[in-house]
Ligand binder design. Structure first.
Ligand code: SF4
Ligand code: SF4
Length: 366
């Protein structure tokens, strides 16, 4: 079956300047348009989006970064049934009939996900326009950024209102997951927090919520404040980057490991009673690579209701000089400790099906 990636048929990421991207700006650096200037239909069904989709269907993936995208670098991509030219047009037009033999399967889903290519609306919208976060991870920023008032807050709020108005202008039954957030923390940001605490999603039966957070503020009290979303939460994705308090202090500057562990216990229990799943993320750098097995162990034993444990290579988001980044980038063969990383990756725990090694998959030597 030809390799395929569902992201260009599914994910729309909206940045602080209103620019819109597929999956991640670093993985696929080609903007689709701007939410402040274009309609959602122009962005999502326009020529740029179509040419990106064509590059998936012709197998070139020419707009995607082979190094940055974990699915591409590990070969862990979706698959699509062989198709002819006529069917290719049906796919590009998002017009695949229900009884078509075209089927998309994903390595992470037991059921075909063909419906994603039928949906002319984005299936997942990432609200990535507010960078507010109460932490100061060296990989992400050089100072704490909180935008709670003033002209910048007003600008972000206007854009947010425009996005929410576009998505929820009237009741509809589109299947959309609103992902909050890839840009900061949903509960540190006033714009996102107000939305999550106050918006009533009950008129949109197929709207779901994906929470992407550092987890430290997602306490039982916060959980109670978003009760109207509980049945609509699809996943909670928490980025840890550590398995011990000492390492957490370095990579998540300002974070509270003990509170995070309490919150995880609580969320792990909630996963028993609610219909959402957990994703535990770990971005690997020189400070934390030795803790990869311990991190996997933590989520296979203590917080075992989390469905996926994902590892990623560290990127330079512009906060490090290139010399500093070379010190952090343990994934590079040129890094003095790279061989130690290869030894860590031989640990048998990484054979567990819940673990997604992404780019590290191809580094396993036994
Ligand atoms: S292959 Fe990677 S970079 Fe390309 S669209 Fe898919 S997720 Fe994005
Ligand atoms: S917790 Fe996430 S958003 Fe906040 S500073 Fe760290 S990496 Fe950035």
């Amino acid at each position: 079956m030809p390799k395929f990636c569902v992201a260009p048929f599914y994910i729309l990421d909206i940045k602080p300047d209103g620019s819109c991207w597929i999956c991640c700006e670093q993985w696929l650096p080609k903007p689709l348009g701007n939410i402040n200037e274009n309609t959602l239909d122009e962005i999502w069904n326009g020529e740029t989006a179509r040419s990106i989709r064509k590059s998936i269907l012709d197998g070139s993936f020419r707009y995607c970064s082979n190094i940055q995208c974990p699915a591409l670098s590990s070969g862990n991509l979706d698959h699509i049934t062989e198709f002819n030219e006529e069917e290719k047009i049906l796919i590009l037009d998002r017009n695949v009939p229900k009884d078509s033999r075209i089927e998309v399967t994903s390595p992470h889903s037991e059921t075909p996900i063909t419906d994603y290519i039928r949906n002319r609306f984005p299936g997942q919208i990432n609200l990535s326009y507010d960078h507010s976060c109460n932490l100061q991870c060296p990989s992400c920023r050089t100072k704490v950024t909180m935008v709670n008032e003033g002209p910048e807050f007003d600008r972000i709020k206007r854009m947010h209102d425009n996005v929410i108005q576009t998505l929820f202008n009237e009741p509809h039954d589109h299947s959309i997951t609103i992902n909050v957030t890839g840009s900061g923390d949903p509960f540190a940001s006033k714009v996102y927090r107000d939305f999550l605490f106050n918006f009533d999603p009950s008129s949109w039966p197929n709207v779901k919520l994906g929470i992407q957070t550092h987890g430290g503020l997602l306490t039982p009290v916060t959980w109670a404040r978003i009760s109207q979303w509980h049945k609509k939460i699809e996943y909670i994705k928490i980025c840890f980057d550590a398995a011990t308090k000492d390492t957490y202090k370095i990579v998540r500057k300002g974070g509270n490991w003990d509170q995070l562990m309490l919150n995880c216990e609580f969320l792990n229990d909630q996963m028993e009673y609610n219909d959402f799943f957990g994703i535990a993320d770990f971005i690997v750098q020189d400070h934390n690579f030795k803790e990869m097995p311990a991190f996997a162990e933590l989520f296979l034993t203590k917080f075992k209701n989390f469905r996926y444990i994902c590892f990623y290579v560290v990127n330079n988001w512009g906060t490090w000089s290139s010399e500093e980044y070379e010190k952090r980038a343990i994934w590079k063969e040129s890094h003095p400790q790279h061989k130690e990383l290869l030894e860590v990756l031989k640990h048998p725990i990484f054979k567990n099906k819940k673990i997604i090694l992404g780019s590290f998959d191809s580094m396993i030597t036994v």
